[in-house]
Design a protein around this ligand. Sequence first.
Ligand code: TXA
Ligand code: MG
Length: 357
Amino acid sequence: MNTEIIKINELNMDAAALRRLIYAGNIIKKGGLVVFPTETVYGIGADAFNKEASSKIYAAKGRPSDNPLIVHIARLSSLDRLCVFKDDVQRKKALRLAEKFWPGPLTLILPKCKDLPKETSGGLDTVAVRFPSNKIARKLIELGGGFIAAPSANLSGRPSPTDASHCIEDMNGRVDLIIESGDAEIGLESTIVDLSVEASCVLRPGVITAAEIFEALSMTEGKKGEDSEELSAAEHPKAPGMKYRHYAPKGRLVIYSGMEDRVISGINKAVSEVKNKKKTAVITAKESAACYAADIVKIAGARHDGEEIAHNLFRILRELDDEGAEVIFSEAFYNNKRSEAIMNRLIKAAGGEIIEL
Ligand code: TXA
Ligand code: MG
């Protein structure tokens, strides 16, 4: 397949940009695939109500067809076309979160309406819905018919794409169009909240924290922050997507957590043990970067700057693959306002290998 690549600047949505988006929207309406930017990561979009189009997404990503897609909308009223609320309580919860966090990096799981194809919902009777804030995404959704099914635009198992160059790397020749629009603002995928069950829970942490979600739902008692998120994830091991390995770099990744000086000496010892045999890499905070002598040293950001670390993490994991890192040691990045989401992704990338010092 020949993939067209066009550039649109979110900050300069002029007439030329609009013409390009009308073109992209028509591709979606005709059942094609368009890679587009969102504020979290890039997505690979198709008409959510077209089952052939949704099926093409799985083929393009190499993704198992029982791993459901998120449906992206551009107006709140679209929610009623996608889901059937079980009762008034469920509706109120959804509207409360929507009011507070949409448009933005939040996905809600709700009971799906029956005419949404099972190809889009991965065979489930629930649907994941997100109303992104990125202007290009919103205009494309509007011009593409209002409902775009879109997972992250990476090949299955690779880190989510935070820059158009990552999408070109993974999706060139697999989709009809790629919209290039620079770096994704956030760099980590949306927070997913399951409202389809009695006890609402966070299935995937994101920059909107579990504590913020439960506070908005006024469910703070006994369910706060990371504890509630862990509890919820354990209660719902059947969440689709969780059984698949994620973001695995080609090299082995091990996280070191604890007091700063212990982590530095732990990583240095580990590096010196394998340095002559393997290409080594370290992912570090800016403050301790000079302490390491690995073959590759990647700075995630200033130690307490969660925004910067979140923004850089997936790009760094891709660069380490490109540079042939065989063993990667990473500092843990706690104590910043995005640590819940950052550590969730990093621990997944490490396949759970974390050393507490
Ligand atoms: O930020 C994001 O959410 C990005 C951008 C493109 O919007 N999208 C994204 O999609 O990360 P994806 O497909 O890579 O991740 C969606 C996750 C999957 O793990 C999937 O299993 C889960 O959402 N999911 C989708 N529908 C679900 C449902 N009905 N019930 C439970 N989990 C669901
Ligand atoms: Mg993904």
